[in-house]
Ligand binder design. Structure first.
Ligand code: DC
Length: 230
């Protein structure tokens, strides 16, 4: 029996993986794994329990038993995340939580502890997996691997526009600095560093509109999964 198909979408912070993955999951009717959310929730949980963000052993233990649930709407548009019975959507996506997630994600024992949990998302009819190491470590035999990239400046500008749209005050220089720091940590960590898998299609989105990105992604998927439904 062939395995449940996986589309692995990797890339740095703010490159638009979330938009692409939701689009694919909705179009194909497949499951969605937001692996970054697991690292984010772990960072929130650790803070809540007073565990230091560099205490590898304690964090790995928390990761094994992380009481997190994802509620995904039927059209994959809305994902709400619950930690131990509390909705954590509000603090999940903040820059601060992202920074802390990047710290816990650099610890090998934490990554190991979250491996089985991520693989358990591979359920019929298929999985769209969003992260940094989906194509290299978590699903090395994924049918489709896409690595999205864009300049740090373009990503900071997109994040700035997003925050402004939500009415949140933001400083573009600070956002850019933050993105660069996180890139540096994600790309240079010894375990599962951010890099394209050898067999990934690399898509640079610096000068593309959202529609152009979605079009190209869909063409890539069709070229690798010829039976994908329209
Ligand atoms: O995609 P995101 O911004 O929600 O991810 C938050 C942090 O988690 C990011 O700095 C890197 C880390 N991460 C990771 O190391 N591996 C993944 N598969 C997903 C996220």
């Amino acid at each position: 029996m062939s395995e449940v198909p996986v589309i692995a979408v990797d890339g740095p912070s703010g490159v638009g993986k979330g938009t692409v993955c939701k689009y694919l999951a909705k179009k194909l009717g497949w499951h969605l794994l937001d692996s970054g959310a697991l690292y984010r929730v772990l960072a929130i949980y650790a803070e809540r329990l007073g565990v230091k963000l560099d205490d590898e052993r304690a964090l790995a233990q928390l990761a094994y038993s992380l009481p997190v649930t994802f509620h995904v709407s039927d059209d994959s548009e809305l994902v709400s995340v619950w930690l131990d019975g509390d909705n954590v959507d509000d603090c999940l996506r903040t820059e601060e939580t992202g920074r802390k997630a990047s710290m816990v994600a650099s610890l090998p024992a934490v990554r190991d502890a979250l491996l089985a949990r991520q693989r358990a998302f591979r359920q019929p009819p298929g999985l769209v997996a969003d992260g940094r190491d989906m194509g290299t470590v978590v699903f090395p035999n994924a049918e489709v691997k896409i690595f999205m990239d864009a300049s740090a400046e373009a990503r900071a500008q997109r994040r700035y526009n997003q925050l402004k749209q939500k009415g949140v005050d933001a400083n573009i220089a600070a956002l850019l600095e933050d993105i660069k720091t996180r890139d540096e940590r994600d790309r240079n960590r010894p375990v599962a560093p951010l890099r394209p898998a050898d067999d990934a299609v690399v898509l640079d989105t610096t000068t593309l509109t959202v529609e152009q990105v979605l079009d190209r992604v869909w063409s890539i998927v069709l070229s690798k999964l010829p039976l994908a439904e329209r």
